[in-house]
Design a protein around this ligand. Structure first.
Ligand code: WT7
Length: 651
């Protein structure tokens, strides 16, 4: 746990403010009373099969399931015998209702261009692109990589894959060509969908050229589809690369949604773990779509007339679940914005809220801290009175950021839902119910119905209230990951071997006397940079692959905006190191992993602090990176002078 997190803990331990929802909000909410919540929660805990079976009635089934749950963690099978399609649930079913001409996706490009797709429009585009995929040889069970900007074609491509039962693997645009190649290879992707480039702060982010580089190392990929977004120059390879708009010209808009098994793989999403190799988290159709549909309705209190905006990138799980699948499965209007929050100026988000009269707004603490820094004048310039609910996700929200969000954005009038979940959980696990739960700044409050967490010691014993420990889930839930793609042993090892019979989340947490949960941060070698998970091991092994580097240790340290930033301690094979080498090492990491892993500090050191048994003392390095005068316990340190020297090394 980082030292900022421990400072956070101290401040949240003192947090006593309570913010109950207003009577008006509660009255109209989808779940509107504590009794209703408790009834659902108890039913889910005591009779999970009945509970989830009833919830699943809200989905469209081609054929109803025979059983709700077979097996127990780690190997669960949900809704066996059922036939279902996630795309059908997100699109087709709404065409049979008045929603046919309702806006499904409202899109705003960074340069200010816009596009609105009604459910009918979305259906047509998705069917056409599904036929394109088929023409390119994609069939049920194949994997398709999407490496795209935040444009409607990304959502269309996801749903088209789901429609024909191809498993999508989306790679965030901030990852490098090497990262794309690794993921293509791990998933054995057959087709890659990309764009010439994307817009970010008025500049073009090249995507197609990165795909070109990646393909030198990913032999399974046969075809590439390229959306023309910015008009950037790209090289098109004959019989391999095709323009999206050309393929869409002469293709039929009729394409039946394939009737898939409930456990058919819907998508793979790579995330960082505590070793160097990213994990391909696999989600399957019925359970995932159920989890995202249900939680969108409960947590965001989605109503038919709402305009809902989640600011995440679809390259992360938040975008998968709460821009695309969850909202669309409810027939909602979801807003999608392509670019940066500070382009053309720092008021862009508030301008968008005013322009589209956004009612529900879901963003991350790192963004909120940036808004605070940019100044209240930006939100104050805009009419934000359409907002009725605010959400937060990605890391613990510090109480200052929470209070600012509440006052300046919410006008003290909007419930804030601080949602705790993970790529692996598929959908929100703990969160206030906006019409029920009195919120405490910094707490994700209580588990949703169907979620049964506990706080345990390293030995797996349940801990009393207010004792910090490991966060686990004691019962399975439908939207949980089913495996790590191609590595079921690692799946069991990572999530189910630490605490017997439980899913181990990798977070430390405590539960207070009111049953509220407070997340204390990761307990593994994963750091959280701007709400994105990064493996310190992955950065370490990348640094170690550079010819000048003898050894590297990477830790997070508190950062005002990012939450955590990346500090690398590096020993060299020879010489003392120079500023040029620092820059070169930073570039090396950017090149190997991507801009999101770019180190904030490189510190050259003569040696790394190790225990007598040779383990790097990361805790010590964290204290040093955080600039602490007093570093933690050094009694097991082999050579104390190492620490003195490290404190002198500059960032
Ligand atoms: C990790 C999951 C799915 C959300 C986006 C990040 C941290 C996430 C919260 C929150 C405190 C949070 C945890 C978790 N986290 N939301 N509301 N309060 N911590 O997904 O990349 O899979 O990361 O993000 O540490 O384990 P992810």
């Amino acid at each position: 746990m980082s030292s900022e997190t421990s400072e956070n803990i101290e401040s949240v331990l003192k947090e006593t403010r309570l913010f109950p929802p207003s009577a008006e909000f509660s009255e109209l909410a989808n779940i509107s009373s504590e009794e209703q919540y408790l009834e659902l929660w108890n039913k889910a805990k005591d009779q999970p099969a009945e509970f989830w079976g009833e919830m699943a009635e809200n989905l469209h089934w081609f054929k109803k399931f025979d059983t709700v749950l077979e097996g127990d963690m780690p190997n669960t099978k949900w809704f066996s015998g059922g036939k279902i399609n996630a795309c059908y649930n997100c699109v087709d079913r709404h065409l049979l209702t008045w929603r046919k001409n309702k806006a499904a996706i409202i899109w705003e490009g960074e340069p200010g261009d816009t596009r609105v797709l009604t459910y009918q429009d979305l259906h047509r585009e998705v069917c056409k692109f599904a036929n394109v995929l088929k023409k390119l040889g994609v069939t049920t069970g194949d994997r398709v990589t999407l490496y795209m900007p935040m444009i409607p074609e990304l959502a269309i491509a996801m749903l088209a894959c789901a429609r024909i039962g191809a498993t999508h693997s989306i790679i965030f645009g901030g990852f490098s060509a090497d990262a794309v190649a690794d993921r293509n290879n791990d998933a054995e992707a057959k087709v890659v969908i990309t764009a010439d480039a994307g817009w970010r702060r008025g500049k073009e982010v090249p995507l197609k050229s990165a795909v070109d580089d990646s393909l030198e190392k990913s032999p399974t990929v046969e075809k590439v589809v390229v959306v023309r977004r910015t008009g950037a120059d790209v090289t098109m390879v004959d019989d391999r690369d095709y323009w999206w708009h050309e393929l869409m010209e002469d293709v039929s808009a009729d394409c039946e949604a394939v009737e898939l098994e409930s456990e058919h793989p819907l998508f793979i999403l790579y995330t960082s773990g505590s070793t160097g190799k990213p994990k391909g988290v696999l989600h399957t159709t019925a359970g995932y779509i159920l989890g995202t549909q249900m939680t969108s309705r409960w947590v965001f209190d989605l109503k038919e007339e709402d305009t809902y905006w989640c600011t995440a990138d679809i390259g992360w799980v938040t975008g998968h679940s709460y821009i695309v699948y969850g909202p669309l499965a409810n027939g909602a209007t979801t807003l999608m914005y392509e670019g940066a929050p500070n382009w053309p100026d720092e008021g862009r988000f508030w301008e968008i809220i005013e322009k589209y009269q956004v009612n529900i707004f879901y963003t991350a603490p790192t963004a909120i801290r940036a808004f605070i820094k940019w100044g209240d004048e930006y939100p104050k310039k805009h009419d934000l009175s359409s907002l009725r609910l605010l959400g937060s996700v990605g890391e613990p929200i510090n109480s200052d950021a929470w209070m600012w969000y509440h006052k300046v954005i919410g006008n003290e009038n909007c419930p804030i839902v601080d949602t705790w979940w993970q790529t692996e959980t598929g959908s929100i696990m703990m969160s206030p119910l906006p019409g029920v739960t009195a919120t405490k700044p910094g707490s994700c409050t209580k588990p949703l119905p169907g979620v049964v967490p506990d706080i345990v010691s390293e030995e797996g014993n349940s801990l009393d209230d207010n004792q910090g420990g490991l966060l686990v889930m004691t019962q399975p839930w439908p939207s949980m990951l089913r495996t790590l793609y191609g590595d079921h042993d690692r799946f069991i090892e990572t999530y189910f071997s630490k605490i017997e019979g439980c899913y181990f989340a990798g977070d430390g947490a405590r539960r207070d006397e009111d049953g509220y949960y407070w997340i204390m941060g990761r307990v593994d070698d994963v750091i959280n940079v701007s709400g994105h998970r990064l493996s310190t091991m992955e950065v370490e092994s990348t640094l170690a692959s550079h010819e000048a580097v003898a050894e590297a240790a990477v830790v997070g340290y508190p950062h005002e905006l990012k939450g955590e930033a990346i500090c690398c301690f590096v020993t060299l094979k020879k010489g003392d190191g120079s500023d040029e080498l620092k820059q070169e090492l930073k570039n090396h990491v950017r090149h190997q992993i991507g801009a999101i892993a770019s180190p904030d500090q490189i510190r050259f050191a003569a040696a790394l602090p190790k225990t007598r048994s040779g383990k790097i003392m990361r805790r010590l390095l964290r204290d040093i990176a955080a600039g602490k005068e007093q570093v933690g316990d050094t009694t097991t340190l082999e050579d104390y002078t190492v620490v003195a020297n490290l404190k002198d090394s500059e960032g």
